[in-house]
Write a new protein. Structure first.
Length: 342
């Protein structure tokens, strides 16, 4: 078992909604919500991941459950570092050996300062070297697209904080657009709509559940209805209203058209040769947002391009980053290399 003495290389998909950790030779070992619960008085971490997510919107004064990433970038540095460290410890039981190389995914529209914060969090959490890979690139590799060939591949990765749209050819990103309209905005749109139409306040967890059960981007044959519970804004008491899929679709209209516009804008910037390739091969949808019913149909309708949903859209970014770790030498060139050494 000499293998276990070397720090195992890992890839981290540090997402706004979920963080996945892929360990070399073992696959995706951690897939948990990016939520940290802190005790305000002592500053200690009480829970991370699933356990902390259950606390969202249900905490007493001295405990806060927070999401350390917002719009795909680090909003709370300490909490992100604690979260990363916790996930790494789950994978590496024996701390003192493990100084892994780490590949971390970042949105393509991220600034240099934000990239620096991600790398720093990786080093603080115990990495030996941190490499950065852009999310759409990782998503394309994870979805099994032939990224190294001179043909155009288009990926639309709808995550929690950002939607990444990119055209990839010859192992690099030709045009890309990263918009901060994604899963969280869909949840928020539901909260706002319920406020406006029914004077009902919803928590973010309930909004997310409504999005998953009723949300859609395109009309379907049998549309479900559901009862939604929340707090009445007038009387202040709990109340239940019945809402249909069509209502929720109306609520989601604005963020969904934002996502579709991003796809159109990217197609608009694509060189004609590659646009022809995409017409043949189609657009690949990945990320949690790809699970929104009818989103593929909606994009197909608006762009006239074939649209496919990747197998296992939730894990494709992590698997793509994992491939970078497995075939480190072969895929070295898709990693963002540092131009300067400090």
């Amino acid at each position: 078992m000499a293998n276990s003495l070397i720090g195992r290389d890992m890839a981290v998909d540090l997402g706004t909604a979920n963080t996945l950790v892929y360990v070399r030779g073992r696959g995706v070992l951690v897939d948990e919500p990016s939520v940290v619960a802190l005790n305000q008085t002592t500053g200690e971490v009480l829970a991370v991941g699933h356990e902390a997510k259950r606390m969202l919107g249900r905490t007493p004064d001295n405990i806060t459950a927070l999401r350390p990433l917002k719009d795909g970038v680090i909003a709370d540095f300490e909490a992100t570092e604690q979260m990363l460290r916790y996930f790494i410890q789950q994978v590496h039981r024996r701390r003192y050996f493990a100084k892994p190389r780490m590949v971390i995914c970042v949105p393509s529209g991220i600034t240099a300062v934000e990239t620096r914060a991600v790398k720093e969090a990786g080093y603080q959490a115990g990495a030996r070297r941190v490499y950065i890979v852009e999310e759409p690139m990782a998503a394309a590799i994870g979805a099994g697209l032939p990224v190294h060939l001179p043909t155009g591949n288009m990926v639309v990765d709808v995550g929690g904080g950002t939607t990444e749209v990119a055209v990839i050819s010859l192992g690099g990103i030709v045009t890309s657009l990263s918009v901060r309209t994604a899963g969280d905005d869909l949840d928020n749109a539901i909260v706002q709509w319920m406020k406006k139409e029914h004077a009902l306040l919803l928590g973010e967890r309930t909004a997310e559940e409504v999005k998953m059960s009723l949300g859609s981007a395109w009309p379907a044959a049998d549309e479900p209805e559901a009862e939604i519970r929340g707090r009445d804004m007038v009387s202040g008491l709990p109340r239940t209203v019945t809402v249909s899929s069509a209502d929720i679709r109306a609520a989601l209209e604005e963020p969904i058209s934002g996502i579709v516009d991003a796809v159109r804008a990217t197609l608009d910037q694509t060189p004609p040769e590659l646009a022809g390739d995409i017409m043949d091969r189609g657009i690949v949808l990945t990320g949690g947002g790809a699970l929104l019913k009818g989103l593929d149909e909606r994009i197909r309708h608006e762009t006239g391009m074939p649209v496919h949903i990747a197998d296992g859209p939730l894990t494709s970014v992590a698997l793509g980053a994992g491939r970078c770790v497995e075939e480190f030498e072969a895929l070295q060139k898709v990693l963002v290399t540092e131009t300067r050494r400090w």
